[in-house]
Design a binder for this molecule. Structure first.
Ligand code: NAD
Ligand code: DAU
Length: 367
């Protein structure tokens, strides 16, 4: 019982976590992933021959498969990342979000309960189920509101956030009712290597490098609290070892920025790092487009509990993390090319064509 099972380890955060865990020699790891559009085995190419790594291609909603994976690999912990994670996709097609984020979590919780019952008393004591959640479950903040703490009431506003809130409620209930030793982490917006370019930061980097418009929703004054993904991976590993079952821990980067600030900072970095770019200054590519429906205005995380109780705090500032991120995208164009063909193009058209042009202007887009 020295290994762990990770779900969604071929995605952005899960992939970084798998690389971090194996890179630090923290023990064997099994990665259960369905390989949706967001899952990419290229991210894990460097560990595919690592004897401590096993990949299982499958769905977390498949109860039989999940039970088999737990029984075969006898993990000491489950770290649950797998989810549909993109707010805009949840607006255009919520069904998959309810399926994976609610049914999937339910299936895993039941399987974990059944598996735990087969363990010795000692192994039961050490077993953990860690659910990776989001600050979006807390809703939205006004400019001067205090940051979200672990006791902020849930008030999800998007189908994605509602599905994650439901997942968190199931996790909570399995602790209270069945004594499953769960841990929940609620983190802010991650950024860093291997981030799928449908999300703000990688989308802006890849578009700027290609000379494409940089679409800012609405007035661009929405605030997010940016967390470098490796800092997040370290937080999860620390909570797994030191967290108290039944507790939740907020994880944030202490980096509140408006979307406009983020995009301008990225453009300036690209001007510096790609001095011969034909698109310089990259800020000329910024375009204001129709806003996201129900767009949350501000997220901010109060991460004092995890610092006080677990001893974790972020190591990267936004400036150091963003520079590392841009440098990674410049050095890994093949990875980007691998994920931006086919269905990605269909998504770009589905999400952006109605935001620009005459139809969007009529619907209130800012020019
Ligand atoms: P992602 O979309 O990049 O990756 C999701 C992964 O889950 C993919 O590999 C996908 O193939 C897999 N997956 C999806 N449905 C599955 C299913 N039914 N069965 C098995 N695998 C499935 O997501 P991410 O950004 O890495 O987010 C990971 C977790 O962290 C999610 O739970 C998300 O809600 C949470 N989170 C993300 C952020 C962020 O900024 N990205 C912030 C807070 C919380
Ligand atoms: O806060 C945590 C959440 O962060 C996670 O739970 C989600 O899984 C993750 O996707 C992320 O959600 P956001 O909606 O905050 O991230 P996104 O990158 O989609 O958008 C960040 C901000 O940028 C948001 O205010 C919308 C805006 N935006 C986004 C895109 C894709 C734009 O202005 N233009 C864009 O093209």
């Amino acid at each position: 019982m020295n290994g762990i099972v990770v779900t969604g380890g071929a995605g952005f955060i899960g992939g970084n976590f798998v690389l971090h865990w194996l890179g630090q020699g923290l023990g064997p790891l099994v990665n259960l992933d369905k390989l949706t559009y967001a899952g990419n085995l290229q991210t894990l190419a460097s560990v595919q021959d690592n004897p401590g790594y096993t990949f299982v291609h499958g769905d977390i909603c498949d109860a039989e498969l999940v039970a088999k994976v737990f029984a075969e690999h006898k993990p000491r912990a489950i770290v649950h990342f797998a989810a549909e994670s993109h707010v805009d996709r949840s607006i255009l097609g919520p069904e998959a979000f309810l399926k994976t984020n609610i049914d999937g979590t339910f299936t895993l919780l039941q399987a974990a309960r059944n598996y735990m019952a087969t363990l010795s008393e000692e192994d039961q004591k050490n077993f953990r189920f860690l659910a990776v959640s989001t600050d979006e479950v807390y809703g939205t903040l006004e400019p001067n509101d205090p940051a979200f703490s672990e006791t902020t009431p849930y008030a999800p506003n998007s189908p994605y956030a509602a599905s994650k809130a439901a997942s968190d409620m199931l996790v909570r209930a399995w602790f209270h009712t069945y004594k499953l030793p769960v841990l929940t982490t609620n983190c802010s917006n991650n950024y860093g290597p291997y981030h799928f370019p449908e999300k703000l930061i990688p989308l802006m980097i890849t578009h700027a490098l290609a000379g494409k418009p940089l679409p800012i929703y609405g007035d661009g004054l929405q605030v997010r609290d940016w967390l470098y993904v490796i800092d997040h991976c370290k937080a999860i590993a620390a909570v797994l070892e030191k967290g108290t079952p039944g507790e939740t821990y907020n994880v944030g980067g202490n980096n509140q920025r408006t979307n406009k600030e983020v995009v301008h900072t990225l453009c300036a970095l690209l001007d510096e790092l790609v001095p011969d770019s034909p698109y310089k200054p990259h800020a000329q590519l910024i375009t204001s487009v129709k806003d996201r429906p129900g767009h949350d205005r501000r997220y901010a995380i109060d991460a004092t509990k995890i610092e006080r109780e677990i001893g974790w705090k972020p190591e990267e500032t936004f400036e150091t993390g963003l520079r590392k991120t841009v440098e990674w995208y410049l050095a890994n164009k093949e990875w980007v090319e691998g994920v931006t063909s086919g269905s990605y193009q269909q998504w770009m058209s589905a999400n952006y064509s109605h935001r620009t042009g005459a139809a969007a202007e009529k619907a209130g887009a800012v020019k």
